[in-house]
Design a protein. Structure first.
Ligand code: WTA
Length: 650
């Protein structure tokens, strides 16, 4: 291997590894050579009430239909909890670390069982049935996990909405999946600040009502005890309800292709899509990737720092780890509160062995100085994971050298909400690392790079990242809009799943993700459609038109750069800038806070009125010497004004 930043597998990583290089190569060849046989064997890693006889039944052509293990019956909550009770009843299932460092709790598998069963009975008591959509809008508290498992137990479909989203965003998600049931908390707590979740829920329910969706019941968990409004007959305290029901609840026998959850995610156009995941294949895939990608061994303490509001939280805080009988850590707080040592203090406090976080956190912590890391021990750490955005080699090396003291492999995992689980990542004992590369595909995954004309790029080269064949963890549809599913993922390249990411394959066959090739941006690991920010901006009465692009940001990965054309007669000034920023936060949530707003009298458009985003991206990057051909613009002179007033001068 010729590239810089190569880190060969160390003898210690290989020593007890579940998969060595030879096994990786053999299993990989088996998995792509005879997927039916491979996934038949590995489907047995979960328990089935009725075993499957069919394994794979999938086509990326035409109407696109993906089915795995379709005649098997199982239950996700049963697999993540009940089946461990005999051997692991008293083992800790979840370690909860609160926002305040003095606040923590542990829950054993036995306790988890009872909490989940009671919650499931509460849902049933309030009329929730198999197939109903339940919206979960929660902070990172244990009750969020109980709620998700309770839905899975009775066959209700959960839609978790990240607690940082605004009432408007929450309402949109409630309406889209026609959910009449919401689970929330009085308030959330992050970095000592309270987040008015119940209040946001009340507002969202009002907005949804205007769109014809009536939320009948709200279950509220008490986190802070803060003052909240209460609607008699609609709102119920979880602790009161849970005390009034039976402590046991039979798991529903679910078909493998019954829906497990919906998770909204952003695309290049329109409103966020409700990505739908189903039961059997998803659980097989997330448990298997969790085990092998993190070289998970029985007894390991595992910590994924994501929020349960994102797919990483679903697959790698809860479903994957608990299906494997792991001890998983759930963290309510943020990396720099009360101090930038917090992450490493939590690692030491709970003797964490496997740590999985996002590059944005790594870059931010690197920025405040090594002393915050060095004053902690971190001796328990064995594996370091990364997810959510490309990790630049500098951040990778810092993670490896300073956090892991060159003892721990850095496992960069590429995947998406739609893929359900990890797709490209090194297996610690098997695959040499290169800083900045997600390395090689997981079992059963065949990445392909395609150029703009649909030609497959063989060997070294760059292109759009696609998948040739189905895998068990992939999304099956967009909730309520299968046509959009087919259009979004299977129409760019016929017969292939298109990820939306660009990618390079090097001479060793390693994959290097270069970022989105569509109008999706990735801000601090949060995926966002530029179209969503644009529609929030134009919803403001002083805005005539808006175009939003991403630009490179040292900590966030990408920042949000907005070009705004104001309505006739409105004066541009800093107060208006602040007003617009506040407006976007109000419409979407703090994660969509614009970093730069440039007032632009005109936007660069073609004669057919299409905005030329390529030009806007370049100006936002302060790379305007390479604007390319602007002669096709309807009014080329707007470009001079845009350059002169750019907000990101270096
Ligand atoms: C990006 C998060 C480079 C990518 C699991 C993808 C990454 C989008 C990586 C999905 C990585 C995720 N290296 N880019 N290791 N992981 N991405 O749906 O652009 O929130 O398409 O899923 O994040 O984001 P999502």
């Amino acid at each position: 291997m010729s590239d810089a930043h190569v880190h060969p597998v160390q003898p210690a990583w290989k020593k007890n590894a579940l998969i060595d290089n030879e096994t990786y190569l053999k299993w990989y060849a088996d998995s792509v050579g005879d997927p039916d046989k491979f996934w038949d064997e590995h489907g047995k890693r979960i328990d089935w009430f009725k075993p499957y006889t069919k394994v794979k039944n999938a086509s990326f052509e035409g109407d696109v239909s993906i089915k795995w293990y379709e005649d098997g019956l199982t239950n996700v909550a049963y697999n993540c909890i009940d089946r461990h009770l005999e051997r692991r009843g008293d083992q800790t299932a979840i370690i909860w670390e609160g926002d305040d460092p003095s606040d923590d709790k542990t829950v054993t598998y036995k306790e988890l069982y009872e909490h989940v069963c009671r919650f499931a009975n509460v849902l049933k008591k309030h009329g929730v049935k198999k197939g109903d959509r339940v919206t979960i809008y929660m902070p990172m508290v244990l009750e969020a996990a109980y709620a998700m498992f309770a839905c899975a137990r009775i066959g209700a479909v959960h839609s978790v909405v990240f607690g940082g989203f605004s009432p408007d965003a929450l309402a949109g998600r409630i309406t889209d999946c026609k959910s009449n049931f919401v689970i929330t908390a009085d308030e959330g707590l992050r970095a000592g600040k309270r987040i008015p979740l119940k209040d946001n829920t009340d507002k969202a329910i009002e907005i949804a009502a205007k769109d014809g969706i009536k939320v009948d019941k709200v279950i509220v968990t008490r986190r802070t005890g803060g003052k909240i409004d209460w609607v008699e007959g609609r709102d119920f305290w979880l602790h009161e309800e849970a005390a009034s029901v039976e402590p046991a609840c039979e798991p529903e026998h679910m078909r493998a292709e019954d829906p497990l959850f919906i998770l909204y995610t952003s695309g290049s156009t329109g409103k966020p899509k409700g990505v739908l995941h189903t039961t059997g294949g998803y659980l097989v895939y997330v448990s298997m990737t969790h085990q092998y990608v993190f070289d998970y061994h029985d007894g390991d303490i595992y910590w994924c720092t994501a929020d349960v509001g994102w797919v990483t939280g679903h697959s790698y805080i809860l479903y994957g780890p608990l299906a494997n009988g792991a001890t998983t850590l759930m963290f309510e707080g943020v990396p720099n509160y009360p101090t930038p040592s917090r992450m490493w203090e939590v690692v030491d406090k709970h003797k964490v062995n496997i740590f999985y976080t996002a590059p944005t956190a790594i870059r931010a912590l690197r920025g405040v100085g090594d002393e915050w890391v060095e004053k902690t021990s971190r001796k328990s750490l064995r594996i370091l994971g990364s997810v959510g955005e490309p990790i630049n080699p500098e951040a990778w090396e810092w993670y490896f050298n300073v956090v892991g003291e060159q003892r721990c492999p850095v496992i960069d995992t590429w995947w998406q909400t739609e893929t359900g689980g990890i797709m490209i990542a090194p297996l610690p004992g098997a695959i040499d690392l290169k800083a900045g590369s997600a390395t090689l595909p997981f079992f059963g995954i065949i990445p392909e790079l395609l150029d703009g004309d649909g030609n497959i790029i063989e060997g070294e080269g760059s292109g759009n990242l696609c998948m040739r064949q189905a895998w068990p963890g992939m999304t099956r549809t967009v909730f309520g809009d299968h046509e959009r599913y087919v259009q979004t993922y299977f129409s760019t390249y016929k017969g292939k799943y298109f990820s939306g990411d660009g990618c390079r394959r090097d001479a060793d066959g390693y994959y290097w993700i270069t970022g989105r090739v569509d109008d999706v941006i990735n801000v601090s690991g949060h995926r966002m459609g530029t179209a969503e920010v644009e529609s929030a901006l134009v919803a403001h009465d002083k805005v005539a038109e808006a175009a939003v692009v991403g630009y490179p940001h040292d900590i966030k990965g990408q920042g949000i750069y907005c070009y705004v054309t104001l309505a006739e007669g409105v004066a541009a000034n800093d107060d208006l800038r602040k007003e617009l920023i506040a407006h976007v936060r109000h419409e979407i949530g703090a994660i969509a806070t614009p970093d730069k707003i440039q007032f632009a009298p005109g936007l660069p458009k073609t004669r057919s009125a299409k905005i030329m985003r390529r030009i806007l991206r370049k100006i936002a990057e302060d790379e305007f010497s390479a604007l390319g051909d602007t002669s096709t613009l309807a009014d080329p002179s707007v470009v001079d004004d845009l350059i002169a007033n750019r907000q990101n001068k270096r």
